[in-house]
Design a protein around this ligand. Sequence first.
Ligand code: GLN
Length: 545
Amino acid sequence: MAKKTRPKYIFVVGGVLSGVGKGVTTASIGAIMKAKGFKTTALKADPYINVDAGTMNPIEHGEVFVTDDKDETDQDMGNYERFLDIDLTSMNYMTTGRVYQTVINNERSMKYKGRCVQVVPHIPEEIIGRIKRAQKHHDADMVIIEIGGTVGEYENILFLEAIRELKMANPDDVAVVLVSYLPVPAHLGEMKTKPTQHASRLLNQAGLQADMIVARGRMELDKPRREKLATFCGVQKENCISAPDVPSIYEIPSRFEDQNVGNKLLKILDMSPRKTDLAPWHAFVKKIHNSTKEVTIAVVGKYFGTGSFTLADSYISVIESVKHAAWFNNVKPILEWVDSEEFEKDPKKLLELKKYDGIIVPGGFGTRGIEGIISAIQFAREKKIPYLGLCYGMQLATIEFARHVLGKKGAHTVEVNDKTPHPIIIVNPFQAKNIAEEKYGGTMRLGAYDCDLIAGTQTRKAYGTAHISERHRHRYEFNNEYREEMDSAGLKVVGVNPESDLVEIVELENHPFFVGTQFHPEFKSRPMRPHPLFREFVKAAKGEK
Ligand code: GLN
């Protein structure tokens, strides 16, 4: 008799450290299940009270990833979209705040019919309800759910309780994967399992038993340590998966499959094994390894005194998009962070930008480092260095052009100077009201908007189509009063939103590549389908235009 196949739920929880790779594990398991022919979706449960990630500082929390349907979510959602090559929705993301908000609203509208509303069962019930609604919405066979944080924290205990209850009701349909860290202390030189044993025990305290352990660390998991994990954590030996650091996260689906992770999970979920078609992933990894000629890209912005680790997290989709585009063009991407405030302190430093093959100004907010960014854009424009401006990077490119080509002294965005004589970037009345009333959460121009492309332009050629849809996250916009003047002087408006007539894309004439987008193309780049604008930007950067 055929075994029941759907839906199945795979939960991914973390132990020992944050940032251990739960997101990539979730995404990779998803990619494997998809490659087995299952309809797969992925969810993130964030333990914060914040209703969404939009109000969290990206320097501390990482990038705010925006979905088509206007949700401001966790950066891990970007990994799911990239690895699974699917579009996710707000149903794929929840926070503690969002869960409580629903329960409280339900209580206010008598949905609990006069009963006492309690943390348990009503909060886990709502969590499970959300998971099931997402499963239905995507008609998924496999739902992979990542629980934010690590086991043993106060914050995510109710999510673990939800797993326990779901598993109790459907014992064969739920698998729990613990992604844990095995440190290698320098003075010992050997991998230690004890922290993971503790994590496993904390999971037990929450009423859960891991079915699989993904052993993250500097080294491979060897035989003695695998045996220790099996004995002390109560996980089958073969279900302790070695997951050492690898040069590229895109190798992980293949590395997992080398250890048969997919079929091991199917077995846990009481299903028959299935073949995995990972051929496209293998070919892609090969392409990465074969791309050895370097292309050097500067990412110019205001950067606080943080290490490159956090910056990489704040701009993860931009970085991944450059990588996808570079590998497509058979080159190896080298990204460098350039602090625009350095140009303000010492303008001679601008000359250092000469060494880069391309310059990106990513999205941003506020006033800090802005003059330095504008100088860098001027440098890219005048020295004909390929330039890609993303959101703020587009707005500031139009300001630079207004100041130095149209001769409009003091041209600015009202975000920085609301008394500027030339407000190139303005705020619409609707947004002005939000700002005045301090309504910041979820009120920006968010998510997917259509854009019509003008024939005969570089951008239109890059996309290969006249109508596109891209994701947004901004409050300010280009002032159409300057459009004609800017256009006839050479910074062409090449993409416009048909409903609002808002400027979405500008492109400079007589330049190898100079494009600014009001939207964030980086949210739609996929490993094997690079975004057309990043693709052409890198192509220009490697000098093939
Ligand atoms: N600060 C600008 C705005 O709000 C740009 C936003 C962004 O780059 N995401 O419009």
